[in-house]
Design a protein around this ligand. Structure first.
Ligand SMILES: C[S@@+](CC[C@H](N)C(=O)[O-])C[C@H]1O[C@@H](n2cnc3c(N)ncnc32)[C@H](O)[C@@H]1O
Length: 249
């Protein structure tokens, strides 16, 4: 079995889209565990500061192994523990990895249990840990192919305060407007869509005729009924990174 993610993702200009095979066979397919958060993710995290009103329900579409999801959860739940996160991806294996990441993170169950265990027997003279800071996020995990949304949208009318779409563009490119239209229907009236996406410029092998830069993506978002509220762009000439916050127009 190949361990080269391109054999499952995009090869010779064609979107193969075997994401489940990829997560099964390629450790760290996006090099994300090794390299950490990309610029577009850092930009998108900054944009969370512009969310309005209380955030109670968050949907992360194409969450993959959950590295970015964890950062979103970490940031949003810093001052608000009453949030439910629904993480979704086409690949059940990716979802299992995301769940493990959350449950074994410092925010997760294990960290909580370990700390509570310590709290049960703090060394003499030592203050017990701050139990209020120990928090296991309320999260569920749903396998779903976003390309099915135009026919059957389980999120429609569910009033998510935030929907995250991070680097999931290539897997939905061929029906982008219809899928984004369905994503918009999942938002609460003040809800926002957070986009984190990078564009490889001349190295883009697939979909250049559909979207090749943030402007191209913005065109589809507008057609789907969104308007941009805030954005950050960087590294335009090499690996164009875009973070954007969009609301219903
Ligand atoms: C590059 S990864 C990004 C993962 C994560 N959002 C992040 O930023 O780290 C793209 C993810 O989109 C998922 N994906 C691609 N096409 C999809 C589709 N049609 N429906 C649902 N998920 C999809 C893939 O399985 C993969 O986990």
């Amino acid at each position: 079995m190949s361990q080269d993610y391109k054999d499952y993702f995009i090869k010779d200009g064609r979107h193969i889209g075997d994401y489940e095979g990829m997560y099964r066979n390629c450790p760290d397919p996006w090099n994300i565990e090794a390299l950490g958060l990309r610029l577009d993710m850092l930009a998108a995290l900054l944009l969370l500061d512009f969310l309005k009103g209380p955030i109670a329900k968050v949907l992360d579409l194409g969450c993959g192994a959950g590295l970015f999801s964890l950062e979103v959860i970490r940031k949003l739940s810093k001052d608000n523990k009453d949030i439910w996160f629904l993480l979704s991806d086409i690949s059940p294996t990716a979802l299992r990895q995301a769940e493990k990441r959350l449950r074994t993170s410092d925010l997760g169950e294990r960290g909580r249990k370990e700390a509570l265990g310590k709290a049960g027997a703090p060394p003499l003279g030592e203050a017990p840990p701050d139990l209020a800071s120990l928090y296991a996020p309320e999260a569920d995990f749903l396998p779903l192919d976003l390309r099915t949304l135009p026919k059957d949208n389980p999120f429609s009318g569910k009033g998510f305060d935030l929907v995250v779409l991070a680097q999931a563009l290539w897997g939905i490119l061929e029906d982008l407007e219809a899928i984004l239209t369905e994503v918009r229907k999942s938002l609460s009236p003040k809800g926002a869509l957070l986009i984190s996406q990078h564009f490889p410029g001349d190295a883009q092998e697939y979909g250049r005729d559909i979207v090749r830069d943030p402007e191209g993506l913005k065109g589809f978002l507008r057609k789907a009924g969104f308007k941009e509220s805030h954005s950050v762009e960087c590294d335009r000439d090499f690996n164009h990174h875009y973070g954007g916050l969009w609301r219903s127009s």
